[in-house]
Design a protein around this ligand. Structure first.
Ligand code: CUA
Length: 332
């Protein structure tokens, strides 16, 4: 085996960093900000990177100078220039740069405080192992794993947790904020343009931490208002014999002991509210796109799809599964 050359090692490391950090599509990046909060964080990040590169180059330059100009001066008293460099570079420069960065960081942090706008929409997000409960308290809307917001408007975000510590992070829109049981942390998000922004849990919270995902979907004002109106309505009634049979199975078995469906007798809050299940883009907190087949797969084999989640596997006959899927896929 040959020893890799330093240059090829450096190239490999750089290439790997690029593949991991910038190459993959659909990976949200805080360096592609789409909201005010993320923009401020990205600006600070670039400034810090620029300064670090400047300081690094200066140190390398001085080091090079020292290496090539050693001469025979070891016993001599250091010159005035040397002393100036030692105190300037070793004490004065850090004393200037570090407090300046500290102040800039404080200014950025205070700019991330919740919006003062009393008109702003409030969204409450509660972290669960391993999904997100999303509530619009002023509109009587409860949903899961998806936050719809009007584009171009700041939204007040109140976050907490129902079990362990999670962390709410939508890199393109805002910095991370911890979700702590028994405490409500407040911040804001906004998205300049309509679009879907992926979010993730940023605090290790158990076996399915990596699959605790959500989407923030920013829509034009009127589309958002339509969505909010539809979401505040009770569930669509089962409209076929098969769907009604599915509803009866849902209510009579374990399903209704954990989930809510507005307008029916199901009123539990261990699992996500299913009133408008099919209107959401994903199932199981971003694991599967919402399709009929995926609904079937998810409810039949929850531990196969997302091992360690709290949804138990249920036993039904084939025709009972058909009825349940028919009922659930009608919840639009
Ligand atoms: Cu929730 Cu990690």
């Amino acid at each position: 085996m040959s020893i890799p050359k330093p240059r090829s090692t450096a190239v490999t490391v750089l290439a790997l960093a690029c593949i991991a950090g910038c190459g993959a599509e659909n990976v949200p990046s805080m360096l592609q900000p789409a909201g005010t909060g993320a923009e401020r964080i990205a600006s600070l990040w670039w400034l810090m990177l620029g300064l670090s590169i400047g300081v690094f180059l200066l140190v390398v330059l001085l080091l090079g100078y020292a290496l090539f100009h050693q001469g025979n001066q070891r016993d001599e008293v250091p010159s005035r220039t040397s002393m100036a460099l030692i105190f300037g570079g070793g004490a004065a420069l850090p004393l200037l740069v570090i407090p300046a960065l500290f102040v800039l960081t404080l200014i950025t942090m205070s700019a991330l405080a919740p919006t003062e706008d009393a008109e702003a929409l409030t969204v409450q997000v509660t972290g669960h192992q391993f999904w997100w409960e999303v509530e619009y308290p002023d509109h009587g809307v409860v949903t899961a794993n998806e936050i719809r917001i009007p584009a171009g408007e700041p939204v007040r975000l109140e976050v907490t947790s129902a079990d362990v510590i999670h962390s709410f992070w939508v890199p393109e829109l805002q910095g991370k904020i911890d979700m702590i049981p028994g405490r409500t942390n407040v911040t804001f998000i906004d998205a300049a343009e309509p679009g879907a922004y992926r979010g993730l849990c940023a605090e290790f919270c158990g076996v399915q931490h990596a699959l605790m995902q959500l989407h923030v979907i920013a829509e034009p004002r009127d589309e958002f208002a339509d969505w909010l109106k539809r979401q505040s309505a009770p569930a669509t009634e089962a409209d076929s014999a098969l769907a009604r049979r599915g509803e009866a199975i849902f209510m009579a078995t374990g399903c209704a002991a954990c989930h809510s469906i507005q307008g029916t007798g199901a009123d539990a809050d261990t699992g996500p509210d299913l009133t408008h299940l099919i209107s959401r883009t994903s199932l199981a907190a971003g694991v599967l796109p919402t399709t009929r087949d995926n609904v079937r797969e998810w409810i039949r084999n929850p531990q196969g799809v997302k091992p360690g989640n709290l949804m138990p596997a249920m036993e039904f006959d084939e025709d009972e599964w058909d009825a349940l899927v028919e009922y659930l896929t009608g919840l639009d």
